[in-house]
Every structure is written in C-alpha cells, then in structure tokens.
Design a protein around this ligand. Structure first.
Ligand SMILES: Cc1cc2nc3c(=O)[nH]c(=O)nc-3n(C[C@H](O)[C@H](O)[C@H](O)COP(=O)(O)OP(=O)(O)OC[C@H]3O[C@@H](n4cnc5c(N)ncnc54)[C@H](O)[C@@H]3O)c2cc1C
Length: 417
C-alpha cells in the first residue's frame, strides 16, 4: 500500500517516469499483500473513510466510483462513506493502471542495502544488484506472526494464524467447530464470515456456532488511530516534541490496536443474538490433541473449560518489532555514522522522512515522524507529500488538501542526517 502510494505520487507529481523508478516486492503484483490479508479475514468494508485511497486527492475514490457507475448506496457505509473492499480495490487498480506503475515492478526481495560512492546499491534475492540515487523503504509492519505459546502443543493442521500465507478462508469454511482467538477487526470479520458457512458434510465433531474467544473485552473505537493526528490539529504539537520517548508515548496512547468500529460491533452483537457466534471471555492456557483430527483448547476463566475444535484460527496480530531489521542493519553496517533510533529500535527520520541522504522511510518505519496514523492508508499519503515535496524542492501543482499539509517545514524535527 505504502510503496504503491508513494510510487504513484512520484510518477504523478515529480519528473520521474517509469524508467526511473523500480518497485521491489516479492509479490506477483501491486497491493497483493493487502489484498491477501483482506481476503483472509473476509473483510467487506474498509475501516478508513472513502477519502483515504491510493490517491492524495480526498475526492478521488468517490468521484471515480460515480463516474464508473458504482452503486454507492451498496458500496459505501456510514460514517465517512467507507468503501467496500471491491470498490477500494477497483479504484486502486485503475489508478495503478493509469500511472503505469506495473512497469516499475521487480518481483523479488531486497536482501541488503549498501551505501557506495554516494549512491545506494540494493542486493536482490535473485542475485541481481540495483543502483539508485534515492531509496524509499516501504516494508510494512514486522511480518512475524504473533502466535500464543500454547499453539506449539496443538496437533499440526488444527491451529493456524489468520495471516499465515497458507491460511485460506475458503478452506476454513468447511470446519464444523471453528474457534477464532482474538477480538480485533480481523478476528471479528473472520468470525462473521465463518458464521455464514454451510452446515456441509457430516464430520466427527458436532456442528457448533463459531466460538470467538478473547481474553480482553471488546474495545469499540471508530478508528484504530486518533484521526486528529492526520493533520496539523494534533501533528503540530506532536512534531514540537523533541524527545523520541515523548513521541513514543503519544504513539502508544493515540492508537487502539485490537479494537473494532461500532458497525462491526453491532454485526457481532446480532450474530451472537442469532446464535451463530458464541462470544467467550476466556484465556486459553493450553492445547492438546483430541480424537477425530481435533484439538482441545483449555480455558482458564472463571472455571476451566475445554473447547473442542477442528480448526483454531489465531487472529493475534504481528510481533511488535521494527520491520525489516536485517535491511536496516545492512544500511548501518555499510555506512557507519549516526543512525538515530528510538528506545524500541524504530528509526528517527528527519522532517523529509530521510533517515540517511536519499534514504526515505514510510509506514511503520517512519512513525516517529509521521505520527500515530503512519501505518494507515492516510499515512502513505502524508509520507508521499513530504517525500515529493522534498524531492521537488517545493510542492508542484497539487490538490488543495495536499497543499495544506505538503510543506516539509511543518515538522520541527532536528536534522538528523
Ligand atoms: C486486514 C487489514 C485491514 C486493514 N484495513 C485498513 C483500513 O481500512 N484503513 C487503513 O488505513 N488501514 C488499514 N489497515 C492497515 C494498513 O493500511 C495496511 O496494513 C497496509 O497494508 C499497510 O501498508 P504497507 O505498505 O505499510 O504494508 P504492506 O501492505 O504489508 O506492504 C509491505 C510490502 O513490503 C514488502 N517487503 C517487505 N520486506 C521486503 C523486502 N526485504 N524486499 C522486498 N519487499 C519487501 C512486502 O512483501 C509487502 O508487499 C489494514 C490492515 C489489515 C491487515
């Protein structure tokens, strides 16, 4: 999402063309990682407003949808005209086609990045080298799946993680007694999709409602990060903070990971009322093999309960570490100097999002400078504005909403690089 959004902005608002930009990613095509995760949890509508898309223009998605004849009553939901997944995807795909971004695609992984003679050399997993004046790191969150400790004692094939590349919602729909562990948006979307599964073939286990097990109560918030930090209203004070630990404290409090928006909470409530989902407030402490290729999960609270299941899906997120640590390390090793990081190891880029000369960051990697919304879709737009403004020397002819927040000088960060 971030790599494509920034590349799209470079093609649109700078003199760069498709010959001058390379997008390195092991996936088949743009937005594959996003599409796969959204499919795996069965999400139908985005959590973010229709104003947030792969385009910086806040009206782009809705006006494109109107022009293309999409039924907005069916493909957006209140509040904030949040788009359906098919609409968001179709709009992104059309913008990507229009900018010719696919021609920049290099399908492999970057294994290390080195500073050589004032340029950046990228070593690719297929053995090739790429050389560039500017590099933008848009590597997403840490891709290490967070699995509860008891999973190692469960028999193979009975437990998986919702974002494991091998997890398939379609295959999960044949489970007779599925358990979803977690209480965030991905857990609730998945439980709702599994609740619609057909009763299907007979099996060793009785057909049960989907059991959604969480050790924390449901937390309901419209957004997963405080929208005040998208623009100057809160970002001015955030950027006035000089100490990385003060910014880190805001990053912790202005985000609501593992929360769900109110409409999803209502859907869940209805499914619980209809008996297709059982909401269980419990902490799983152990797992052991059960007859019929099943697993018994042992709960702990308030009296020990056993949940027998033929499929347990952990929607427990990702391990919280700075993403792409090996790439960051290769950069630091190849060019000794000052590479500022915060107490958790996240880089501290300057106001133009450079961590080193010509080395720009976006997404979670740039959260010290971009603030709480850094990993979101709008974080990619805010990053693109700063990077493009810096590369251009001054912002070019751009939409109003962009211009308001385009100036890199809005930041008071010290120049670290
Ligand atoms: C199910 C789900 C729903 C979400 N819904 C919303 C929403 O409605 N609104 C919103 O604002 N946000 C949402 N988010 C959060 C956020 O927008 C997404 O996670 C988004 O995909 C983040 O974009 P990204 O580019 O930072 O990361 P990713 O989409 O994960 O992309 C990172 C890319 O970097 C590649 N990469 C990593 N390391 C290397 C390497 N060494 N070499 C080459 N390539 C590499 C990966 O293969 C991947 O393709 C959602 C997240 C999830 C998981």
């Amino acid at each position: 999402m971030h790599g494509c959004s920034v590349a799209h902005a470079l093609l649109r608002y700078t003199d760069s063309n498709q010959r001058g930009i390379r997008i390195i990613d092991p996936h088949r095509e743009p937005l594959d990682a996003w599409n796969r995760r959204v499919e795996q949890c069965g999400m139908r509508f985005l959590r973010s407003p229709g104003a947030h898309s792969i385009e910086p223009d806040f009206t782009s998605l809705v006006s494109w949808a109107r022009r293309e004849g999409w039924d907005l009553a069916r493909h957006t939901v209140d509040p904030y005209a949040r788009p359906s997944v098919p609409l968001f995807r179709a709009h992104a795909s059309s913008r990507i086609d229009e900018s010719g971004l696919r021609r920049c695609w290099v399908r492999t992984r970057a294994t290390s990045i080195l500073r050589r003679r004032g340029r950046w050399t990228i070593l690719l997993a297929d053995g090739r080298l790429l050389d560039g004046r500017n590099v933008i790191l848009a590597v997403g969150q840490s891709d290490r799946l967070r699995m509860p400790r008891w999973c190692i004692r469960a028999p193979r094939d009975t437990v998986s993680h919702i974002f494991d590349p091998d997890f398939s919602l379609e295959r999960a729909r044949v489970a007779r007694a599925p358990v979803v562990v977690g209480a965030g948006t991905s857990a609730v979307h998945l439980a709702l999709r599994l609740a619609e599964r057909p009763r299907g073939r007979r099996g060793a286990l009785p057909f049960t409602p989907v059991r959604l097990i969480s050790r924390t109560p449901l937390r309901v918030y419209q957004f997963d990060s405080d929208p005040c930090y998208i623009g100057p209203a809160c970002m001015t004070d955030y950027l006035a903070l000089r100490k990385p630990e003060e910014r880190r404290a805001i990053l912790e409090t202005a985000r609501q990971p593992g929360s769900i928006p109110p409409d999803l909470a209502h859907e869940l409530e209805s499914a619980v009322g209809e008996g297709t989902i059982e909401w269980i407030d419990d902490t799983i402490v152990d797992a052991r093999e059960a007859p019929g290729s099943a697993v018994d999960l042992l709960g702990s609270d308030p009296r020990p309960r056993i949940y027998r299941s033929d499929l347990v899906v952990c929607a427990t997120g990702f391990v919280r570490t700075p993403p792409a640590e090996a790439l960051l390390q290769s950069i630091m090793d190849s060019s000794p100097g000052v590479w500022p990081t915060d107490q958790l190891g996240y880089p501290i880029p300057d106001s133009s999002l450079q961590w080193g000369q010509g080395l720009y960051l976006t997404g979670a990697l740039a959260e010290q400078e971009l603030g709480p919304s850094a990993p979101n879709i709008i974080g990619a737009q805010n990053a693109a504005k700063r990077i493009v403004a810096h590369l251009n020397g001054a912002p070019r002819e751009i939409p109003t909403a962009w211009r308001r927040y385009a100036s890199a000088s809005v930041s008071s960060s010290s120049d670290c690089c």
